[in-house]
Ligand binder design. Structure first.
Ligand code: HPA
Ligand code: ZN
Length: 346
């Protein structure tokens, strides 16, 4: 990593950087404007009538208080078109920020649990993926997330329901409230997902009770390919060494961290990056936390005093950790290298 010319305008460098996003919840991209327009379209009564009123409800200081706002907001999502509009709006924004490839979480149980068929959700999202590739040139994949505060049986039933759509889903993940819901609760579900050909990832949220034990279970008992968040691993040199040896990607979300813990965790993220872990930058729930990819890179770079070469390394890590074919990966990495070279950064 060397900067041969300096100074590099970091704001411009980040704005044009070819990006790869690996941690974004489609339901977390429900911006106030869209929530209001879907409520109108579907004749759903919601308490708020203006964007400012919806924004005023987006108040939280922990994962639990965030989730208490996040799930009820989804009631406005009912039809195939609603899921299409949600995903296509996000993909349009992502493409405008230079995102070239994205792997997006969706929470089917948050919809099937209130009577919306799995098929409605997946068809709407898939149509957005295909349309965005054709119209915006952005490459996108879907990751099915199980809700960890619900039963392992419901997760297994959801996995079975997904199988007819396997070609549209690249992997499975685990999200929602981590308290008392360790990875081991879903060992059988993830083992079956693996045999079905899905890639595996899991949230290990920031500063949870049992964070290190959950990271250990995800790595050693579940055998995940990536970890979402997971920066508490810095507390365990043995696990850091194992994750490094296995080339595990960590999908960090600086702006989200500062909402749910009052700390961006930039010190931990940068220590892991400089220690050679495959750390990446992502937006998590951008409509709620107010930062898409560019804002997340900018916040971390400013807070941690990153060099342009380190920003480039973060983007490279994401393309490395993405579930891409080797051909697609080399294409994106070539594009990234050429971009760095145009600023004299490698
Ligand atoms: N953690 C757990 N559950 C979630 C998150 C998260 O970051 N975002 C949306 N659901
Ligand atoms: Zn998340």
């Amino acid at each position: 990593m060397t900067d041969v010319t300096s100074p590099v305008d970091l704001t411009a460098f980040i704005a044009g950087l070819p990006k790869c996003e690996l941690h974004v919840h489609l339901e977390g991209t429900l911006a106030p404007e869209l929530k209001l327009s879907l409520a109108n379209r579907n004749n759903i009564a919601i308490a708020e009538t203006t964007v400012a009123e919806v924004e005023a409800t987006y108040q939280f200081d922990s994962l639990t208080s965030f989730l208490a706002i996040y799930y009820p907001a989804m009631n406005v999502l009912l039809t195939d078109d609603d899921f299409f509009d949600l995903a296509f709006t996000y993909l349009t924004k992502a493409a405008s920020q230079g995102v070239r490839h994205v792997e997006m979480f969706f929470d089917p149980q948050a919809h099937t649990g209130r009577g919306v068929p799995f098929q409605t959700v997946i068809r709407g999202y898939r149509r957005a993926v295909v349309t965005a590739q054709a119209q915006l040139g952005i490459s996108a994949e879907l990751i099915l997330c199980f809700l960890r505060d619900l039963s392992a049986e419901f997760a297994m039933a959801t996995l079975m329901e997904s199988l007819p759509y396997k070609d549209w889903i690249i992997g499975v993940g685990l999200d929602s409230d981590e308290r008392g819901n360790p990875p081991s609760k879903f060992a059988a579900v993830f083992a079956r997902a693996r045999t079905e050909g899905y890639m595996l990832t899991m949230h290990c949220d920031i500063d949870q009770v049992g964070s290190i034990e959950h990271i250990r279970q995800a790595l050693e008992e579940i055998g995940v390919d990536r970890i979402d968040h997971g920066s508490n691993i810095v507390e365990s040199p043995a696990l850091v060494a194992e994750a490094k040896r296995r080339g595990i990607g960590f999908t960090c979300c600086p702006v989200s961290n500062s909402f749910v813990t009052h700390d961006m965790k930039s010190k931990e993220i940068v220590e892991l990056l400089r220690g050679g872990l495959k750390v990446t930058v992502n937006s998590d729930d951008p409509a709620y936390f107010g930062g898409y990819m560019t804002e997340n890179y900018a916040a971390l770079a400013e807070h941690a005093g990153l060099t342009a070469a380190e920003v480039l390394a973060l983007a490279r890590n994401a393309f490395d950790a993405a579930w891409l074919t080797s051909r697609a990966r080399s294409g994106f990495l070539d594009e990234l290298d050429a971009y760095g070279a145009s600023f004299g950064v490698s």
